[in-house]
Design a protein around this ligand. Structure first.
Ligand SMILES: [Zn+2]
Length: 185
């Protein structure tokens, strides 16, 4: 199911929605856009030619906090993923390993897409993951879905805040035969 309407009814499957819109439409990226080559004092990402990367900063780059670190400071996640269910409780280590591996992979390619923090306790079957961007949120959600045959409900609360979407993953079954090779690389 693929939909790009921001007014999708609540509960409508919309997990692909927004995958490509994480750049120009993110208010944090607009508001904190540097006007010259920069380097972030918090994470050392560098900005050059209109994009953030992990490359070495340009000579003469100025200090300018990146949008991801601004979100972290503000406590304003760009996406949230809630995980629940007995499967999570029984396979907490496995699930968290996949979350961390996937997040690292995404962060290497997209410096502004990161896991901010986690709350709750996977061993109790309830967790909330907060990300700086919707791309990381979706990427981790999809990796979990593929590995564990979970069900993702992409709800748009109010349909008005595409960057604060919450996806609920009920990881209840494990039909995948790839449980031991959760992610390559
Ligand atoms: Zn930063």
């Amino acid at each position: 199911m693929q939909t790009n309407t921001p007014n999708a009814p609540s509960g409508h499957a919309a997990r692909h929605d927004g995958m490509e819109s994480g750049h120009s439409s993110d208010p944090y990226q607009q508001r904190h856009k540097p006007s010259q080559p920069s380097t972030c004092p918090d994470c050392q990402a560098s900005y050059h030619d209109g994009r953030w990367s992990w490359e070495a900063p340009q000579p003469g780059a100025v200090s300018h906090r990146c949008p991801a670190c601004e979100r972290i400071r503000d406590g304003a996640p760009g996406g949230e993923l809630s995980l629940s269910g007995s499967f999570l409780a029984a396979h907490a280590d496995e699930v968290m390993r996949l979350v961390n591996n996937t997040e690292e992979h995404i962060r290497q390619e997209h410096p502004l897409e990161r896991l901010i923090d986690t709350s709750g306790d996977p061993a109790s079957g309830e967790m909330l993951l907060r990300f700086t961007g919707i791309h990381a949120t979706h990427g981790v959600a999809e990796a979990l879905e593929h590995a564990f045959s979970g069900t993702l409900d992409g709800a748009l609360p109010g349909g008005r805040r595409p960057h604060a979407r919450s996806l609920a993953a009920g990881l209840s079954s494990r039909r995948s035969n790839g449980g031991s090779k959760l992610i390559a690389g």
